[in-house]
Ligand binder design. Sequence first.
Ligand code: ASP
Ligand code: MG
Length: 404
Amino acid sequence: MTVVQKYGGSSVAGIDQLSAVAQRVAATRRTTDRVVVVVSAMGDTTDELTALAHQLDDDPPSREMDMLLSTGETVTAPLLAMALHARGVDAVSLTGMQAGIRTSGAHRSARITDIVPERVIEQLAAGRVVIVAGFQGATDQLDITTLGRGGSDTTAVALAVALRAHECEIFTDVEGIHSADPRVVSEARPMAEIGYDEMLELASAGATVMHPRAVEIGEAYSMPIRVRSAFVDSPGTLIHRQQDMEDRPKVRGIAHETDVAKVTLLGVPDRPGIAAAVFGPLGQAHINIDIVVQNVSHSGHTDLSFTLAESELARAQSVLERVVGEVGADGYDADRDIAKVTVVGSGILGAPGVFARICEALADQSINIRMISTGEMRVTCIIDRARIEDAVRALHRAFELELL
Ligand code: ASP
Ligand code: MG
């Protein structure tokens, strides 16, 4: 049997945590013949390295950022191998490149194009636990790349697929996927299981426990993913292909996100090609647009609003200055004091009353909905940032998620 385990930054933050991980890995090795461990950088290392870079250069070259950021995970892997060695467990550490993780050349958000895991397989066959530095890979030209923040999850699931592992375990600092962020809703419960598609919606809507790309890979290759605590012994949440979609409650969880800003382009001429003229340049600048609302036009002009990550607003603004002139708009407004809350569940769009219940729960708290967007299995509301925690709690209560 082959198992891939991934340990996140907080689970390997210091020597004590690394020893605890080594103990868990050693225990797994006693019952499992092939164990691969993917590690993140220790604690906040990635943030610290990023801050260091920005002290020298406001806009550091992406290639150099990848060389720098990849060192975080490159440190953890040999330390864990040593902790295992000290326990008498034979282990070997590999960088992403050594593990055969080949990626596109899109530095800082590279995609895995292929995994050539010969080296991993060889070491497993020699009876060693293989520790792989997460989050990193290399291009065909052997340039080091990283997979985007949170990318170690992606490394782990992709390796599990390449090695035909029987399960991919993601060890983290919470007891699984909760019905809402447990720091906001004290009654939030870890779910025993969830489908890939629902998990993907939660992850994309702000549930940071799992990287959305890792869930996508899991779904594409039907790789079961178990999210569980590195500190508490509990089964955690199994993310897999669920069969019983019809019988389950419609709403599964509430996700929220505060890194949101809203931009409104004012007095935009209402004619074909304008949206392309606005969103094309933003896309070229790699700025992700989330919810778009175009108002009814009056005398050939309209307001066009959209949301994006607040952390990308400064970059978007330099593009918008230009776009406003090009499309002949009157100007634009940017609003940072907003947040988004998303209710997720398979089939909720077709479920009678769900939408009304969301609106009522927010209305009862006098929370104003500023924008709404729906998908097949989600309803997203943009509201004032100051009320986001109240909104999450109200929705959690309205759908009785504490009883699941
Ligand atoms: N160390 C990287 C990050 O903090 C990757 C990861 O931990 O998944 O984003
Ligand atoms: Mg993570």
